[in-house]
Ligand binder design. Structure first.
Ligand code: FES
Length: 309
């Protein structure tokens, strides 16, 4: 325990004045190089911001960012290796009693001397701060490229309760248009061509359907509707093999069983195509009973938690 820890004031050094060791020529050169590397980091960081602002090529931006990181890393390594003291100093243990002023060691006195006032270390720290400011700007500015938050966009489509099923030209689809084994791409009325709402209306023999529990009424007379957006990577599921009642995505050959709620039976897709609940109207057209019960398209990280704004 030292005198300071006992609550007594630190003794003043009254011995001979000890001066910090003068820096060598190598140290002086190392200081200049470290400072230059930090300045390089700053300039490269600011250059990156400027290149980003004028939409320069990604190669130019990459080189500037690499220069900024390289300058910072090289400067810190050089500083640690060439300028930080490596000499080991052992200080005698203090006695547990008030120490006379003259007993303060020379090493401690030298340290106090070196730490007082404006030192070279402060200059280098200033350069380091400048370098970090430039690099920080380079790392923060690209955040401007992030688009708006998707909010609930990924969880809903344009299908609503009562939306009439229309073809790509906006004409209502009639049940008579489809023979057993037929398929047509449909959209909600008012949004023909909508990428997220595109849906496949397929007619199958009703007695073959083996839909998940609670969905029997979603497929009147064997007309069943599934999202056309592949749950693997979002390609349109454009092929229907009527004999096998299989929908096939041309991108990576994911195959979905139309009779069994469009469960994947082959390929990389891990999720069934969402089914749209539909109702057959007296005039032979169809309306949706609501939106898809789950998000369409590729899975995303908070899909099951229902996140979003
Ligand atoms: S996008 Fe459909 S299988 Fe990959």
């Amino acid at each position: 325990m030292t005198a300071d820890q006992l609550g007594r004031p630190e003794p003043r050094y009254a011995g001979p004045r000890v001066r910090p060791r003068p820096r060598t020529r190598q140290e002086a050169r190392a200081e200049v190089i470290v400072g230059a590397l930090f300045v390089l980091t700053f300039l490269a960081g600011i250059g990156f911001v400027a290149a980003y602002a004028v939409d320069a090529s990604t190669q130019v931006q990459g080189v500037l960012l690499a220069l900024a990181f390289a300058g910072l890393g090289a400067g810190i390594v050089l500083w640690a290796q060439r300028l930080l003291p490596t000499r080991r100093t052992i200080e005698a243990r203090h006695a547990l009693r008030p120490e006379p002023a003259a007993e303060v060691s020379e090493a401690e006195a030298a340290m106090r001397e070196a730490e007082s006032g404006f030192t070279r270390r402060h200059v280098l720290l200033g350069f380091l701060g400048t370098a970090l400011a430039g690099l920080g700007a380079a790392l923060v500015v690209p955040a401007l490229s992030l688009g708006p938050a998707p909010g609930r966009e990924l969880f809903v489509t344009k299908w609503r309760k009562g939306s009439r099923l229309v073809d790509v030209d906006g004409n209502p689809v009639n049940a008579d248009q489809l023979a057993v084994g037929g398929v047509v791409t449909v959209f909600p009325e008012g949004a023909p061509g909508d990428a997220m709402a595109q849906t496949l209306l397929i007619r199958v023999p009703p007695d073959l359907l083996d839909l998940p529990a609670g969905r029997a009424s979603w497929a009147p007379d064997g007309y069943v509707a599934y999202s056309k957006v592949c749950t693997h990577a979002g390609c349109p599921v454009g092929l229907y093999r009527a004999i096998q009642h299989a929908l096939i995505c041309p991108c990576h050959q994911s195959t979905f069983d139309v009779l069994d709620g469009a469960q994947p039976t082959f390929g990389p897709a891990a999720r069934a195509l969402p089914q749209l609940p539909i109702q057959l109207q007296p005039d032979g057209t169809f309306v949706a009973l609501g939106d898809f019960p789950e998000p369409v398209g590729p899975s995303f990280w908070n899909m099951t938690s229902g996140g979003g704004a």
